[in-house]
Design a protein around this ligand. Structure first.
Ligand code: HEM
Length: 281
């Protein structure tokens, strides 16, 4: 899983790549500072709406600051920019790559593509925009997305650091130890999932997540515990909406130029791209 050599302190050296990373980070921060500043002004003028994440965040910041009787806002501009970056990164690439792998896998398994399309057409017809009521009725599509998340988890590994001495599984760890949970390996473990662990078999999720594996929790593409992904329901609704629209209007298959090479960059990406041919239905 680790595919680059890590040299402590290397990121501080003024190499060409590091300078570019720094310049890009600065540009993104300036853009976000502009967006937040503009929203602050419209809020002060009473013209802002709070129907998006930024509006909610800023409104709650004002309310919490007032309640605490602080003269300075509880969340600084830096905090708000940090949250925006986190939500963009955590929410955008992960869901995009889930959809990418779903298209790849459904191209490799046309029988599941047909089953998914039959279900989508039964629920939404071939022209209606997918809605939330219908999304909740999609069973085959849900099984497919779970199986894709099992085989190609966008986040391949979770890290945790001990902050005090702790005993886990009979081993005592001092503070400061980094423990890595290799999601991708556990999702492919034959002892947990059976001999077909490496195969695409959405039917394993027919009776829900807990019945799909011998051990539980064995399926945790969104993490586990108090820091579990806050966007998981949103991500699944988004992926179902997008996939339903694609299935309604297109059939698809892999281009001969496609090479299967899952590769962890920051999320699990197809190393040589996902060349997919779509045909209008
Ligand atoms: C397929 C899509 C997604 C996957 C696989 C995914 C996966 C994850 C994982 C593994 C974590 C770390 C959990 C942990 O440390 O235990 C996480 C955290 C997080 N995710 Fe997602 N995520 C997805 C979509 C989204 C979306 C759409 C949003 C926002 C709209 C989002 C927002 C976040 C945030 C803010 C955190 C940090 C939570 C915290 O530290 O308390 N994610 N996600």
């Amino acid at each position: 899983m680790i595919n680059t050599l890590y040299l402590p302190g290397f990121r501080f050296l003024p190499t060409r790549l590091n300078r570019r990373i720094k310049a890009n980070a600065h540009e993104v921060e300036e853009l976000l500072r502009g967006i937040v500043g503009k929203r602050e002004r419209t809020m002060k003028e009473g013209r802002a709406s709070n129907d998006d994440l930024l509006g909610l965040l800023m409104e709650s910041n004002v309310a919490e600051t007032k309640q605490a009787g602080n003269s300075r806002p509880i969340m600084t501009m830096g905090d708000i920019i940090g949250e925006l970056k986190l939500f963009y990164f955590a929410g955008m690439d992960t869901t995009a790559v889930l959809l990418t792998w779903t298209m790849v896998v459904l191209s490799m398994h046309p029988e599941w593509q047909h089953r998914a399309r039959d279900e989508v057409l039964r629920v939404f017809g071939n022209n209606n925009q997918p809605d939330l009521d219908g999304i909740h009725q999609l069973k085959i599509v849900t099984m497919i997305l779970y199986e894709v998340l099992r085989l190609y988890p966008p986040v391949v590994q979770l890290d945790r650091q001990t902050h005090k001495e702790i005993e886990l599984g009979g081993v005592t760890y001092p503070p400061g130890v980094i423990l890595s949970l290799p999601i991708v390996f556990i999702h492919h473990d034959k002892d947990v999932w059976g001999d077909d662990a490496g195969e695409f078999r959405p039917e394993r999720f027919a009776d829900g997540i807990s019945r799909a594996s011998k051990d539980s929790p064995a399926f945790f593409p969104f993490g586990w515990g108090p820091r579990i992904c806050v966007g998981q329901n949103f991500a699944l609704v988004e992926a179902k909406m997008a996939l339903s629209s694609i299935l309604q209007h297109f059939s698809f298959g892999l281009s001969p130029s496609y090479t299967h090479a899952p590769f962890p960059v920051s999320t699990l990406q197809p190393e040589h791209g996902a060349q997919i041919m779509l045909k209008k239905l």
